[in-house]
Design a protein around this ligand. Sequence first.
Ligand SMILES: [Zn+2]
Length: 256
Amino acid sequence: MIHFYLLNPRMCQLGVRNVGYKVGNYRSAKSTKGIPLGFKTLITPSKPKVKAHITKIEEVIDTHSHSPQYVLIKRLNSIIWGWSNYYSTVVSKDTFKKVDSLTYDKLRAWARRRGKGSINKDKYWRTVGDRNWCFSTEEGLELTQHSATPIIRHVKVKGNSTPYDGDWIYWSKRRGEYLETPTRVATLLRTQKGKCTHCGLYFTPTDILEVDHIQPRSLGGKDEYKNLQLLHKHCHDTKTENDGSLTRTSITPVLN
Ligand SMILES: [Zn+2]
């Protein structure tokens, strides 16, 4: 019996990506035959990542010591929103609360410097609904709270096989109704044994898949099998951000 993790559909709405960390064989997830996959399938909160995020927030606050409050809020909101959603599957409510608390401390110091010792509570903080001490402007622009982000857990699905196990014809036919290149996808599914080469997890029938050129076409990569791989859409996004290419081959998602 194997376990795999079905991506919660809500993750997509929030723009969350599943992250596979490369790990050594010792901690690595194992395939059904006990072969290390090279990836952890269940991700735990990463202290260095939290620390780096807090450092980033501090830097932004420090470099905005003379900026209008709304400029600082907008800058912080984009960072907080992106980070919180990205990590909403792996961090706990406590982590979010801790980061909010550290952000609050830093903002108090920011306000105190501007107020020459006074934090000017009424100028920079407001009561919004039942929440006190909301860092916000008079016009109603509010600082995003990490802890306002819903924590999303992977749904653990038990199965006796990968959804694609052996049944390549069924899956390629099924996907073939929707895909522009069913043969290509079926071939890649088979050669990759139903797994995404980026994160090492099995594809599930609800995942959005994309064909990627390992070496981007814009960088001279050829349109041939040995240069193609099938990836989750979110894994493809991550890969594309890092391979110096903005081109991609999109495939229509299969909607169940
Ligand atoms: Zn993947």
